[in-house]
Unconditional design. Structure first.
Length: 376
């Protein structure tokens, strides 16, 4: 039996998906599988897969991804993804802009049928708590004030407490809490979600260190829920539950005692353009791989996967010049600071019925093939 769960075969219309997982390493045990309600989990995954089937853009992005193989048919990317699945470790993917780092996450989610990709785009202001959950305290305060106004309790009347209507909590606390991409990825489930942490090298210096405990323990807490005690008289509910929204559209989940702990560690893909180094402690908790620079041989199947439905007359013309065009795109020395999108944009214009003439195409090619580091 092969140890590989991900093979990069994203061009299949109906991939089988991930039906079982390898055993977890003893040092990467989180919530027990027995503690997950299997019936609810099946319903959860049905909702997720229904959402994924409606996201045509993500499907196309996953299906068009192509793994670059060496002459022996080996791919370090495929091995790195499968090692991350076995070891329950995040994968740090580096490489040039446009090399396919982000598309790798969509390819994994599509091939293994793991629902929509949960994406956390990193900026200099990104912080972990905001990526775990959001608590809208202002909206809750406004609703509380509105409830008081509607009940006529403006503080000016002299009604005794016995004459006042029984106080009512302003909505449910869960109405004001939403799990963000990271928080949703760590929900307890029998299958892992795909979490994309995009361009982590743009973060401030503290974010990689903030991630260490989450990656090691696989859990976090929501203080607003931990502090809350659901009481019936003087009895404290030992398993206080609150229903909250998630990063997935129209999907809600129940949080117990304000703590979120994964059962299966998510498949975490962190991308980096190599603009900075990370602390050794961060590297120790990750697997690292570099996306290879594109070649003519690797770009040909990518182009064909995007233009398999192109009109035949335009495509025949493009096919005849495709190798030469890709060679110009790669600058013949493979040192061009360019993204694959620029090549696809150029070919798109060449395959239209109303495509530019040869002289116009030459000028457009100079425009579309401009280096990413080149000044305007």
């Amino acid at each position: 039996m092969s140890w590989k769960y991900f093979n990069g075969n994203c061009n299949e219309d109906q991939p089988e998906g991930l039906t079982k997982l390898p055993e977890r390493p003893p040092w990467r045990q989180f919530l027990s599988r027995d503690e997950v309600d299997e019936t609810k989990d099946k319903q959860y995954w049905k909702q997720l897969r229904d959402l994924a089937r409606k996201d045509f853009r993500s499907i196309q992005r996953g299906k068009s991804f192509r793994v670059q193989l060496d002459k022996s048919g080996y791919s370090e990317i495929v091995d790195a993804v499968n090692a991350a699945i076995h070891l329950r470790r995040p994968l740090l993917v580096t490489g040039a802009p446009g090399a396919g780092k982000t598309s790798l996450a969509y390819a994994i989610a599509h091939e293994l049928q793991l629902g929509p990709v949960l994406t956390w785009p990193i900026t200099a202001r990104a912080n972990l708590v905001d990526a775990e959950y959001r608590y809208d305290a202002i909206a809750r305060l406004q609703d509380a004030q509105l409830d008081k106004t509607r009940s006529g309790d403006d503080g000016d009347n002299e009604t005794t407490s016995k004459e006042k209507p029984e106080s009512k909590e302003e909505g449910d606390l869960g109405d004001y809490i939403r799990l963000e991409p990271v928080g949703t990825a760590f929900l307890p489930s029998l299958f892992p979600r795909v979490l994309l942490i995009d361009e982590i090298d743009k973060s401030d210096l503290n974010l990689p260190n903030d991630l260490l405990n989450l990656f090691e323990e696989g859990e976090f807490e929501i203080p607003e829920l931990v502090r809350r005690k659901r009481r019936r008289g003087d009895v404290v509910d030992p398993n206080a539950t609150v229903t909250v929204r998630t990063a997935d559209k129209d999907i809600e989940v129940t949080i117990i005692n304000g703590r979120v702990k994964c059962c299966e560690f998510p498949i975490v893909i962190m991308t980096s353009n190599g603009e900075r180094d990370f602390p050794p402690a961060f590297y120790r908790r990750c697997l690292r791989v570099r996306m290879p620079n594109p070649t003519v041989e690797s770009l040909l199947p990518i182009v064909r996967s995007h233009f398999d439905n192109a009109d035949q007359s335009g495509w025949t013309k493009t096919e005849a010049h495709l190798t030469d065009l890709i060679g110009q795109f790669l600058d013949k020395g493979n040192k061009a600071d360019r993204a694959t999108d620029q090549l696809l944009n150029t070919i798109y214009l060449m395959t239209r019925d109303e495509s530019p003439n040869q002289a116009e195409m030459k000028r457009l090619q100079d425009l579309l093939f401009r280096r990413l580091s080149e000044a305007d």
